[in-house]
Design a binder for this molecule. Structure first.
Ligand SMILES: Nc1ncnc2c1ncn2[C@@H]1O[C@H](COP(=O)(O)OP(=O)(O)OP(=O)(O)O)[C@@H](O)[C@H]1O
Ligand SMILES: [Mg+2]
Length: 309
């Protein structure tokens, strides 16, 4: 069983408004709400690939109920801690005429110390039966920025591999605890080491250094250029096929889902990276975030190229 952790999920609500402008009143031509947040995207892709998945994190209010319902509909087991506050809603206004996307992101609810303790106790229990864990994104207020350090330590104690996809202080704190895998994109990696990375050579060197510091898999994702993976087997680049890009938002989340499934199935890291790349690429072919089909993933897998660096 794979466990996903989404500390700050959201209801992602989008409105289609042709010729949108600030300061005016518009009627939406279309509106849509989906369960969102990076870990929720990962969850959906894992489920699409055919693996059983439990989702945990914090949920509250009507928005929280909506997310749980959406996940249950697709057969995801939900094991969230219910909080007092309301789970956030993030709004996107899409204007297909001007080709713009305007977003308003809520900060999220406050999580009490009591609820954090409940979450950690619950995580300790579930991590005993889940050997692969994926934790993604930031955390709502009240949750300490060292939260992932605790999750990594608990996972290790229970023999589970934790894949971490986060950024900023959450990431810089967490790498000290040596998660099983990290997947920063280039911007996140530059922020982590506080240095601009000019070319593939510099990215490779940084990935190797992080791997040698004790992180078994370091994958740096580079959008349509693919990803550089440093692991015990060596350093590789996984190059995706060229596609008609619709929206690459959530491709990193889909990539992480593919890695988790690959590792769960006992694939080699190179084969897991091929599956991950196919998932990231498939996601970029759709407007929806964290959406791939099994057929596309199968088809794309055969077109991914891996080279030793
Ligand atoms: N335009 C694209 N064409 C083909 N493959 C892509 C494209 N964009 C992304 N991918 C695949 O998905 C992987 C992850 O994408 P990316 O580097 O954009 O992640 P990210 O910045 O973490 O995204 P997000 O956080 O929005 O999920 C890439 O390594 C690549 O394999
Ligand atoms: Mg990302």
């Amino acid at each position: 069983m794979i466990l996903t952790v989404t500390l700050n999920p959201s209801v992602d609500r989008s409105y289609r408004v042709d010729n949108f402008q600030v300061g005016k009143i518009f009627r939406a031509q279309e509106e849509n709400s989906v369960a969102g947040g990076k870990g929720i995207n990962v969850t959906k892709v894992i489920k699409t690939l055919g693996e059983e998945v439990i989702a945990t994190g914090f949920l509250g209010g009507k928005a929280g109920e909506f997310i749980e319902e959406e996940l249950r509909k697709i057969g995801v087991e939900c094991n969230f801690i219910k909080i007092e506050g309301e789970t956030r809603t993030c709004i996107a206004i899409l204007d297909p005429v001007a080709n713009t996307q305007t977003e308003i992101l809520e900060k999220g609810p406050y999580v009490s110390q009591d609820d954090i303790e409940k979450f950690l106790d619950n995580f300790e229990e579930i991590s005993k039966s889940c050997n692969i864990i994926v934790a993604s994104g930031s955390a709502p207020s009240g949750v300490p920025e060292e939260i992932y350090v605790e999750l990594i330590n608990i996972a290790k104690r229970n023999g589970a591999k934790l894949i971490l996809d986060t950024s900023d202080t959450y990431l810089s704190n967490a790498i000290k605890a040596k998660p099983f895998m990290i997947k920063p994109n280039k911007a996140e990696l530059e922020k982590l080491i506080n240095k601009e990375l000019k070319d593939i050579e510099e990215i490779k060197k940084t990935a190797i250094e992080l791997h040698q510091s004790g992180i078994p898999i370091v994958s740096v994702s580079l959008g349509d250029e693919g990803s550089i993976i440093s692991c015990d087997e060596g350093v590789f680049i996984a190059i995706p096929p060229q596609i008609n890009v619709v929206s690459p938002v959530g491709s990193g989340d889909s990539y992480v889902a593919g890695m988790a499934v690959g590792i769960k199935r006992g694939l080699s890291i190179v084969d897991a990276a091929i599956l991950a790349t196919a998932c990231g690429t498939a996601n970029a072919m759709h407007y929806k975030t964290g959406y791939v089909t099994r057929e596309e993933v199968e088809y794309l897998k055969a077109k991914v190229k891996v080279q030793k660096l």
